[in-house]
Structures are given as structure tokens and as C-alpha cells.
Write a protein that binds this ligand. Structure first.
Ligand SMILES: Cc1ncc(COP(=O)(O)O)c(C=O)c1O
Length: 362
């Protein structure tokens, strides 16, 4: 791994201690160039067959890239606009009834909680909230779905390994992978999950408006494609007889620009170009671990966490601390209502970024 060369791929890091990939990852210069190039072709040549062929090729590469990051086959991965979009597609597409129960945790993001609440109201089902650590043992015979984070956005804990046994028992598990995909190793087969929703704009450094949804092939017939439109249909010209694609393309978002896919693909290439994906994951995890240890030296108590890329801790005035950091060109965030600030640490960061943040704690 050559951390210096990976870091050099991200112009923002020249000046800014950017520690905010849990919201949006840094944008590589190569991705910005790929977007400009795609837009230039659109502007100068027009948007007709060659532009659409380019778009379709880019989308295939984007799908393959996401699949590789989670150990899946491309045909089991749909292109969405966000983690939340993938979650909505699962909750709307499952055949849920008033007698069903969904188990979730007390550390979930509004991207999951909003769709869960809407589903509960629409269907009349019950959502049961339990501690994050207890989601597996909370399953009962009424549980139709477990829906929780793979990595908690609060402090970076990892979902219990026992969820794989839940999945093996036949209860589908929907993992919100917003803080998992691109941040830690993800192997959907080992997780056993039926569904894994991820973001393109966070740890994969893609554009806002990209993401993916993995659907285990066993669930494809049981998860309705809620709005198969032009791009989701095998033969769009067949009118009312047109059927959705047999594979996960049936769940694709109806519109995804070539510019967005060009950014996503170029970013994905940058992330593996500098020493490989496994080394990048290890580096990010180790840096985060070192930062958590250094926090203790500075009199702060990191929130309970796992071997992930998020580190959170309490500040008396968390929003004020984030503003003070921003004034020093350090980008972190606070978690509203929890009194916590959170640093997101990627393989592109180095000790200088961490030291700048630690200096504010002295
Ligand atoms: C755990 C978790 N879930 C969902 C989301 C929402 O992600 P997206 O904007 O891709 O829907 C976030 C991001 O902020 C998150 O941290």
C-alpha cells in the first residue's frame, strides 16, 4: 500500500482534514475529470446512441464494482440512488401483512426508520425496537424481517454475527450497509442476508444519488419490483406484456445519469489502484483504531465501536465543536440529539489529519 499516492488522488486533502466519509466520501480528481469528460461529450456530440451506449457500459461497470465490494455477483445487485432508496424498495416490495413484525435496533438512521414507520402505518404491522446487540435474539415466530445497520452510524459497532443464524433459519435480514459498504469487508454470503442496501457517495467516494441493493437470488421472486419502468424491462417495446428483467436489474432506479456512473466508476478504480482493496480496508481500520486510542489519551471516551472506520465521542457542545473544527478546516459531523461528534476515517487519511483533530481536544 502506498498511502501517500492514494491521498494524492483526493484534492480536498491538500488543505482540509476531511474526516466525513460517513456522510460523503472525498471526490478523487480522476472522478471529477471523468464527469467533465462525459458532460463534454454530451454537450459537443449530443445525447443520442453513442451517449446512451456509453451510459449502459458505465452502468455495467458500476454494478460490477459494487458487486465486487460486497462479494456478490453483478446480476444480484441493483443500481439505486442511495441506501435509503434500496431500503424503500425492499419494504415496499415484500408481501408484509398486519400480523407481521419487523425487528430493528435503537441505533438506526432515519434512512431506515422513516421507511419502517411508513410501512408500519401502511400495512398495520408492528416494528419492535431492541438494543443493537440484541437484534438476533429478539426474533420471534412473528418476525417477518430483521432490518438494521451492518455498521451502526452512531459509534461504529458491527451488527451481531448471530444474524447469520437468523437468516439461515429463514427469516430475511435487511442490512443497512451505508456505513459498511466500502468501509469494512462485506461478504453478503457470509452475512447470509437477503438484502443489503449501500450508498455510493460515502465510502465508495461516488456521487450523491448513487447506491445499490443486493437481493439474494432466493428472494427475487418474493420481492416485487415496485415500479419496473423502461430500463427495468426485458423488452420495453412489448407494452403491457413487457416483463421485468430476470435479474436484479428489475430493481434498478429508473434514471441514472452517465455523468453519475462515470464518477462512480472512476472513484472505484482510484480506490483499488493504490495497493489494492484489502490493504485500503486494513489501513482505514487501523487508522481509526489508533485515533480511538489517542482520544483516550486526550481525556475522551470513544463510544462503543467495532473494527470499523467510525469513531464517535461526547462533547458538551457537539455542534459547536464541529463548527470550531470547520474553522480549522477539519470536517467532521455531530449526531443530532445524541451529543456526539463523529470522525469518519478512510484509507486516504493519514496521521496529519488525525493530529489536527486531536490538537483541538488539548
Ligand atoms: C446507517 C445509515 N443509513 C442510511 C443512511 C442514508 O444513506 P443514503 O443517503 O445513501 O440513503 C446513512 C447516511 O447518512 C447512514 O449512516
Amino acid at each position: 500500500m502506498e498511502p501517500a499516492s492514494l491521498r494524492d488522488a483526493f484534492p480536498v486533502l491538500d488543505e482540509v482534514a476531511y474526516l466525513n466519509a460517513g456522510t460523503c466520501g472525498p471526490v478523487p480528481a480522476a472522478a471529477a475529470a471523468a464527469v467533465q469528460d462525459t458532460l463534454r461529450i454530451a454537450a459537443t456530440d449530443g445525447r443520442w446512441s453513442p451517449y446512451f451506449e456509453r451510459m449502459i457500459d458505465l452502468q455495467a461497470r458500476q454494478r460490477a464494482l459494487y458487486a465486487a465490494r460486497i462479494g456478490a455477483r453483478p446480476q444480484d445487485v441493483a443500481l439505486t440512488t442511495s441506501t435509503s432508496d434500496g431500503i424503500v424498495r425492499v419494504l415496499a416490495g415484500l408481501d408484509l401483512g398486519p400480523e407481521d413484525e419487523i425487528v430493528t435496533s435503537d441505533e438506526e438512521h432515519p434512512g431506515l426508520l422513516g421507511p419502517l414507520a411508513a410501512t408500519a402505518r401502511r400495512v398495520g404491522l408492528r416494528v419492535r425496537t431492541v438494543p443493537f446487540e440484541a437484534v438476533a435474539e429478539a426474533v420471534t415466530s412473528a418476525t417477518a424481517l430483521v432490518a438494521c445497520s451492518h455498521v451502526s452510524w452512531v459509534g461504529g459497532k458491527v451488527a451481531p454475527a448471530a444474524l447469520a443464524e437468523v437468516a439461515a433459519s429463514g427469516v430475511p435480514v435487511l442490512l443497512d450497509g451505508a456505513q459498511g459498504a466500502g468501509a469494512i469487508e462485506v461478504d453478503v454470503a457470509a452475512l447470509g442476508c437477503a438484502f443489503y442496501a449501500g450508498s455510493g457517495q460515502k465510502w465508495l467516494c461516488g456521487p450523491v444519488g448513487t447506491g445499490f441493493l443486493y437481493v439474494h437470488p432466493d428472494w427475487r421472486e418474493r420481492l416485487a419490483a415496485i415500479g419496473p419502468t423502461y430500463m427495468n424491462l426485458e423488452q420495453p417495446s412489448a407494452g403491457l406484456e413487457a416483463r421485468p428483467h430476470a435479474d436484479a436489474r428489475r430493481y434498478d432506479t429508473p434514471a441514472l445519469s452517465a455523468e453519475a456512473s462515470a464518477h462512480a466508476v472512476a472513484a472505484g478504480e482510484v480506490l483499488v489502484e493504490h495497493g489494492g482493496w484489502d490493504a485500503a480496508l486494513r489501513r482505514a481500520r487501523d487508522l481509526a483504531e489508533r485515533f480511538a486510542a489517542a482520544l483516550v489519551q486526550h481525556g475522551r471516551e470513544p463510544e462503543p465501536r467495532g473494527p470499523t472506520t467510525l469513531v464517535s465521542w461526547r462533547e458538551d457542545d457537539a455542534p459547536g465543536f464541529v463548527r470550531r473544527a470547520a474553522a480549522h478546516r477539519i470536517v467532521i459531523r455531530d449526531l443530532p440529539g445524541r451529543g456526539l461528534v463523529r470522525a469518519s476515517i478512510g484509507a486516504w487519511n493519514d496521521e496529519r489529519d488525525l493530529d489536527r483533530l486531536l490538537a483541538l481536544l488539548a
